[in-house]
Design a protein around this ligand. Structure first.
Ligand SMILES: Cc1cc2nc3c(=O)[nH]c(=O)nc-3n(C[C@H](O)[C@H](O)[C@H](O)COP(=O)(O)O)c2cc1C
Length: 231
């Protein structure tokens, strides 16, 4: 990766030096647009492997999974791959009995290890994240979120638990070695329209918070991935 960057810089320098003839100008234009396209590809596809988006709801038609699906399509529209995951993907006895060496847990840990960033969406249950999400996170390796930016979201029925992201979810993520955790978004369940899969968020302010933080999350993911790839 570092070598490619040096080569790009070198070509850019050559282009700056040879400014004279019209032929050179045409060549410069051609190379600059080629470089632009390459840079876009490099930033979006090479630096970002994929994003993992996890739903922590045990309910089959949950608002959390609808939000995961919404974020997935927003990210994929930017040309970035997303792997969706849900607590429902795992056998209940694997989670309840804490089978940390089960193949499905190994596979999931590997998926997380290879991700450029992780999104976690949990419903608020009894003023905190869901117990199902906790059973899954409990059996993952302790450093599973090391060097991964995390974008936490929670869906709750009451405004009273607005701070559940800060006092329950973020400490849990930090315990799994997450260092870069975004502010996060709390979504009231009445603003998630289960019947509108493509545009499920009916409240403009919430939609805009999610869009802004998603943009920040992808930028941070890109930066952290470029640093870890270079090392
Ligand atoms: C068992 C249970 C406990 C809940 N506890 C709370 C709570 O303490 N605070 C709150 O704001 N909402 C609470 N809710 C409401 C859910 O957070 C809300 O309906 C949310 O949309 C569920 O997300 P889901 O559809 O992704 O499962 C609770 C719901 C259930 C089923």
């Amino acid at each position: 990766m570092g070598l490619i960057c040096i080569k790009i810089q070198t070509i850019k320098k050559i282009l700056i030096l040879k400014k004279s003839s019209s032929e050179n100008r045409r060549l410069r234009l051609l190379l600059t647009s080629g470089l632009g396209a390459f840079n876009l590809f490099y930033e979006r596809v090479i630096f970002l492997s994929y994003i993992v988006a996890i739903s922590g709801s045990p309910s089959s038609e949950s608002r959390s999974s609808i939000l995961v699906n919404f974020l997935r399509s927003e990210i994929e529209n930017k040309g970035i791959r997303v792997k969706e995951a849900s607590v429902l993907d795992f056998q209940p006895d694997v989670l309840i009995q804490g089978q940390y060496d089960h193949p499905s847990i190994h596979k999931f840990s590997e998926d997380l290890k290879g991700a450029s960033g992780i999104i976690i969406i949990s419903p608020v249950y009894k003023a905190a994240y869901s117990g199902a999400l906790k059973t899954l996170l409990d059996i993952l390796p302790q450093d599973v979120f090391k060097d991964k930016p995390l974008f936490p979201l929670m869906v709750g029925g009451s405004q009273a638990h607005l701070l559940a992201i800060d006092y329950s979810l973020k400490p849990l993520l930090a315990a799994l070695s997450a260092q870069t955790i975004l502010k996060g978004v709390y979504v009231l369940d009445k603003y998630v329209d289960k019947t509108n899969i493509l545009h499920p968020i009916s409240e403009e302010e919430i939609r805009s918070k999610i869009t802004i933080q998603l943009g920040q999350f992808l930028e941070i993911s890109k930066k952290i991935s470029s640093i870890t790839n270079a090392n």
